[in-house]
Ligand binder design. Sequence first.
Ligand code: 17E
Ligand code: FE2
Length: 419
Amino acid sequence: MSDASSDSLLLRQCRLAHQSADDPLVDIAIEAGRIAAIAPHLDRPTEHTLAVNGQLVSPPFVESHIHLDSVLTAGQPRWNQSGTLFEGIDIWRDRKQNLSLEDVKTRAITALKLQAQQGVLFVRSHADVSEASLTALKALLEVREAVKDWITLQVVAFPQDGIYSHPDNEARLEEALKLGADVVGGIPHYELTREDGVRSVHRIFDLAERYDRLIDIHCDEIDDDQSRFLEVVAACAIRCSCGSRVTASHTTAMGSYNNAYAFKLMGFLQRTSINFIANPLINITLQGRTDTYPKRRGVTRVKELWQSGFNVSLGHDCIQDPWYSLGTGNMLDVASMAVHVCQMTGLEEINACYDMVTHHGARTLHLKDYGLEVGNAANLIVLDAADRYDAIRRRPVVKAVISQGRLLVETEPAQTQWH
Ligand code: 17E
Ligand code: FE2
C-alpha cells in the first residue's frame, strides 16, 4: 500500500477493537472517504487492498485535553524545579511574553504530527487567552484550518491566569470566542478569591450560551479538599440542562474530598450529564507536592465516576512543557498510567481505559460520525495488537493510520534479532 490518495480501499481480516475474541475477522471497505461495508468476506472491486492479518482495527485515538500552545517548551526559560502547577504557570507567564504566531504554529503542528502518527485524529487543545495579543489562540485557530484535511482540532479559549485576576482578561476571553474558539474554558480554583471563582463559572456558562459554544473548565486542579468549584459547575449544568455540553477537566481535588462530601456531590452530579477528563500522566507528578507521607495521588475519582455511568475520558495535557517535561503523545501511555494510578486493573476496567482514549473522548468532543460503523467517515487505525488489553499492556506501534478514507501514515514495528 503506498498510493495515499486512493478513493477505494479494502482492509482484509481485521479484528475490531470492540469485538470479542471468538467473533470472526472482518473486511472493511472504504469508498469516497466513508466506511462502505463491514463483513467477514467482502468481494468488491477496489483500487487498493491492505492486509491486516488479524491485527486490531480501532477507531482513532481522541486527545481530549492538551495544551498545544505550550508544547515543546520545557526548560524555556527555566526548568520547573518544584514540579507544581503554580511554578508551571509562572514559567509559562515568562515564556508567553515572546510567543509569535510562527513559534506556536510550528510547535503545535510538530506535536499534532507526533500524535497523528500514533493514531490520534481528534484533538481538543486549550489556548491561553490571558495575554494581550491573543497570539496563542490566533495561532491555534490557524493550525485548526491548516490541518483540517488530516486531523480535527478543537480550540478552547482558556484564561490561564484567571478571568478576574486582570482587568482585561474577561474581555480577552470574549474576544477569543468572537475570533472563533470552539469551547469556553476557565480556571476557578486559580481566581483570586473563592467568590471570583464562583463568579467565573457563572460567566463561562453565560458566554457559552450567548455564543453557542461547548464548555471545558480546568476545575479544582489542586489537592485542597476545600476547592469545591465542581459543585458550582454541577449547579449551573442542572439549571441549564446542558450538562452534555460541559466538561470538568482535572477535578483532582475530588481525590482529596472526604467521602461524605463526595457522596453528596455525586448525587448532584448524577442530575447532570457532564463529562470528565483526567490527565493521569501529569497530575500524578504535579499533585501531592505539598504532602510528605502518606502522599496523595492527586488524580480524580476516575473509577468511581466511570462506575457511576459518567462519560470519562483521558488526556495527555502536556508534551514537554513547563508542567511536564516528558510525554510522547501516545494515548496508550495515558491509558496505561490511568490503569495504574486509578487501579483499574480488572479486565473490564482496562478495556474501559482504552475506551476513555477513544469513544469517550469522542463523546466529550461532540464528534459526529465517529466509530467503526458503515456510513461513518473512514477514520481508523491498525494496531500491532491482539485486543484492547494487549494494546495497553504493550503499547505497540500503530501500523497504519487512515484519515478521511486516506492512508495517512504507516509505521513498521521494530524487529528484534537474537544471535
Ligand atoms: N495549565 C493548567 O492550569 N493546568 C495544567 N495542567 C496545565 C496548564 C498543563
Ligand atoms: Fe490542562
